[in-house]
Write a protein that binds this ligand. Sequence first.
Ligand code: S3P
Length: 452
Amino acid sequence: MAHNLSPQSPVPVIAARPRLPLTGKIRVPGDKSISHRALMLGALAVGRTEISGLLEGEDVMATAAAVNALGAHAFLVDDGRWAVNGVGIGGLVEPEDLLDLGNSGTSARLLLGILATHPITVFVTGDASLRRRPMGRVVAPLSRFGARFITREGARLPLAISGAADPVPISYHLPVPSAQVKSAVLLAGLNTPGTTTVIEPQPTRDHTERMLRHFGATVTTELVKGGGKRITLEGYPELAAAPIAVPGDLSSAAFPLIAALIVPGSEVTIEGVGVNPLRTGLIECLHEMGADIALLNERDEGGEPVADLRARSGVLKGADIPADRAPRMIDEYPILAVAAACARGRTVMRGLAELRVKESDRLTAVGVGLSACGVRVVVEGDDLIVEGADNFPAGGALIETRLDHRTAMAFLVLGLAANEPVRIDDAAPITTSFPGFLSLMNGLGCTMREEA
Ligand code: S3P
């Protein structure tokens, strides 16, 4: 939790091309989005919510610490099983100290939604990356409920929020397709009388809506003209504790999946991965690029679709990825760009403005990193254009991870297919979403190792 107060020393890692193909059956850690929501809704429900498969990465642990500081009780029961004793809607109490949410934008934005309709004052901060990220996108709608904010310039953290004592429900058109903003508004609507409405221009991940229903809230969804959605929530629902099984995170599975596609001769199966259709844009892109990926044993687990993913290596070809797919794969562009760098021909990824406001400016980071690895790449406005190496990319570069876990993992995967090893300056951020990444990857036959 004290990331920005006592920074850890950086952990440089080098990834080289393995001599043998990658093989094996693995599971990846639990879905980050679903894990945050399980802890938060568990904290607001009445009774004890039992959670299996919770991601124990730093981001989710920041949420666990925050809900505890707010008076709920989230705790590890035994190996891999968590529970939350909830306080009921409106029952959170003022924490004694500021909430440090580390690197986690999801913790910050969703918790601000909850706090906006609790009549308490809370001070919120995060690490250097989170303190740079825009909070205006939640401050604007949450102020309309009656919450008051004092923020740094540009609506950045640290900020103070005083939640509304008499909140009014709102109807909000999302100006950007963001599940975090949508969720913040819906969560604020829980302790608000009447109906809260969100209209999203393009559908974004719907884990909040699914889980709210799972806990007994009334949430309706209808399609609106132009492909968007209108979501409504009835205020003051009785949220009853309900068990949650968190599936494996497709955003984490993406790394071993693409490693298997680009290391010749490989075959890797990743079991129990969440395949919610609002998250599977990456698989669509890879299929269009000719990838051999099979979804096996498709099933429903706790209200979320789940499958085993089997990936086999093969030749990938470039593709044109439309902008309207971005909300369904927003976190996967760094690793898709790595696949594109190993493909034949040009890949155009359109409409990536949102990538600039992630844990780092990922559009720039991917452009700079790929070009340092000898890949021809152009950032044109909000589009990323990657010319696939006819053979393998050159590699041989040192990549700055800039507190961004996905940049770190993406370039380590590139190192597996590059002619010269790829180094990253700091692998420590990987634990925000994917604890055990190096050992899991090396168990498949990867060659990634920490450097002195
Ligand atoms: C998330 C939504 C996405 C994603 C983030 C997790 C969520 O952010 O990038 O990693 O859990 O709702 P935006 O909603 O800002 O696009």
